[in-house]
Design a protein around this ligand. Structure first.
Ligand SMILES: Cc1cc2nc3c(=O)[nH]c(=O)nc-3n(C[C@H](O)[C@H](O)[C@H](O)COP(=O)(O)OP(=O)(O)OC[C@H]3O[C@@H](n4cnc5c(N)ncnc54)[C@H](O)[C@@H]3O)c2cc1C
Ligand code: SF4
Length: 442
């Protein structure tokens, strides 16, 4: 394994920002394609050639406006979007040389205005209609920004102390510093949205109160904690999401482990492993299937390998071993793949008698997130544990809409999809509120 020198490397953004000359040179490489494939590949359909041209002509403010009009969370998306799979993956320059660094150019333009506190958008003329948004992650912020610009009065309720959802608490600093996410919460506040943190929707009675006080409600609840594994020694497992959150908000509480095992092979697992590695530990990821079935993107997998993170595939932890209150290892069993399971992937099963121990002094569990438990309590229809919505993001309950991770029944949950859900929901809520206004005024 390669050496990782300073633990503090874990806490800095990985890619440096473009300087003005670099940004301009990169922007001039763009062919400004007619019918640009990069735009089609962006789930929020940002007009990429236009924002790039504005950078090339030195109009950074105009460039940021083009981005943020289509995607109010352009600063976060510039950092966290899997651009290799989306816009940059579709760039026509892929076949000849390097694709345009669309993500880094987007970050250059958006940071320019957000670091200076420039407000490019205003609330729309008051409609007299009120909407409550629950959850201040990318879905909640996106729907709030859209509705405020349409003139509706928006109250955004967030149970945690800080707004921003996983952009604030879940995306490692290597990709997105906390300040970037908080700037986006502030930008929504600047549109007149009343952001109330420390305010949790807990039950059906609470939803009924919201429905009596507001014309519509949007739920952007996200998902829950890392599920329990149900293995002996579970109490010694570190929660992967909590581990990442601590690395962002209170890094001083992270354990100083030398040999870390991470269970899982998705986003959270790769991110937790990266943080541990950057803090100087030897890190091994355990996954019960093979490389081919990992849910992390290929580029994430390769990034983890380049960081010196080791993988053990076809390996299932069955017990956390400890002595004197300290973790000493994980007992595992070898797995073999069988016929496809309900999810369509080859089903892993244990190979009897193949138990072995991976020595370590910390074990992080990062095997996904629990489905939104509150949905059932609220009396909403669910599909596969996610909130069921129609094409306009409306739930089974009139005037209640939902979007983001809590409705995502298939595909990979991502920030940009949550932002787009927020836009769809805002359009539907606006249609609802406009039609009820028309009915009221004849
Ligand atoms: C470790 C990790 C790394 C990731 N990395 C990437 C990445 O690199 N790129 C990418 O595109 N996506 C990534 N994702 C996914 C991305 O973060 C999510 O898809 C996105 O944040 C979803 O937005 P959301 O608004 O639906 O939910 P969230 O961001 O989860 O926000 C939900 C918000 O609702 C609040 N809330 C929940 N219940 C209540 C309630 N009852 N009352 C009040 N408030 C409530 C929560 O506190 C939270 O703030 C990652 C996810 C994780 C876990
Ligand atoms: S596909 Fe590539 S070259 Fe064409 S407009 Fe998009 S970024 Fe520019």
């Amino acid at each position: 394994m390669t050496d990782v020198p300073a633990a503090s490397r874990a806490l800095q953004e990985l890619l440096p920002p473009f300087g003005p000359h670099e940004a301009s040179a990169e922007a001039h490489r763009c062919l400004y394609c007619y019918d640009a494939p990069c735009v089609q590949a962006c789930p929020t359909h940002i007009d990429i050639p236009t924002f790039i041209r504005k950078i090339a002509t030195g109009n950074l403010r105009g460039s940021a406006r083009t981005i943020l009009e289509a995607n109010f969370l352009g600063g976060t998306c510039a950092r966290v979007c899997p651009v290799e799979e989306l816009c940059e993956g579709a760039c026509v320059l892929n076949s000849e040389e390097k694709p345009i660094a669309i993500g880094r150019l987007q970050r250059h333009a958006v940071d320019h205005v957000q670091e200076r506190g420039v407000q490019l958008f205003r609330p729309g003329p008051p409609s007299g209609r009120r909407v409550a948004v629950v959850g201040s992650g990318p879905a909640g912020l996106s729907v709030s920004a859209e509705l405020a610009q349409l003139g509706h009065t928006v109250t955004l309720l967030e149970k945690r102390e800080l707004g921003g959802g996983l952009s604030t608490y879940g995306i490692i600093v290597l990709r997105e510093p906390v300040e970037v996410a908080l700037r986006e919460v502030d930008a929504v506040r600047e549109l007149g949205v009343d952001v109330q943190t420390g305010h949790e929707l807990t039950d059906r009675a609470g939803l009924d109160v919201l429905l009596s006080e507001y014309d519509a409600v949007f739920l952007g609840l996200g998902l829950g904690a890392v599920p329990a594994m149900g293995i002996p020694g579970e109490e010694h497992l570190l929660d992967g999401l909590r581990y990442i959150e601590d690395s962002k908000i209170r890094p001083e509480v992270l354990p100083d482990a030398q040999n870390v095992v991470v269970i899982g092979a998705g986003n959270t697992a790769v991110d937790a492993a990266t943080v541990a590695r950057r803090r100087g530990a030897s890190v091994t990821m355990l996954y019960r299937r093979t490389e081919a079935e990992m849910t992390a993107y290929r580029h994430e997998y390769e990034f983890a390998l380049s960081e010196g993170i080791g993988y053990r595939f076809l390996t299932q932890p069955v017990r956390v071993l400890s002595g004197g209150g300290r973790v000493t290892g994980v007992e595992c069993v070898r797995m073999v793949l069988g016929p496809p399971d309900a999810g369509g992937r080859p089903g892993p099963r244990p190979l009897p008698g193949s138990e072995f121990v991976v020595p370590c002094d910390a074990v992080i569990s990062a095997i996904g997130q629990e489905k939104p438990a509150l949905a059932v309590e609220l009396g909403l229809e669910v599909t596969g544990g996610y909130i069921a919505v129609d094409g306009a993001m409306q739930t089974s309950m009139p005037r209640v809409y939902a979007g983001g991770d809590c409705v995502r029944a298939r595909g990979t949950a991502s920030t940009v999809m949550a932002v787009q859900d927020g836009k769809y929901a805002a359009a539907a809520i606006h249609r609802l509120l406009s039609s009820t206004l028309e009915a009221a005024h004849g």
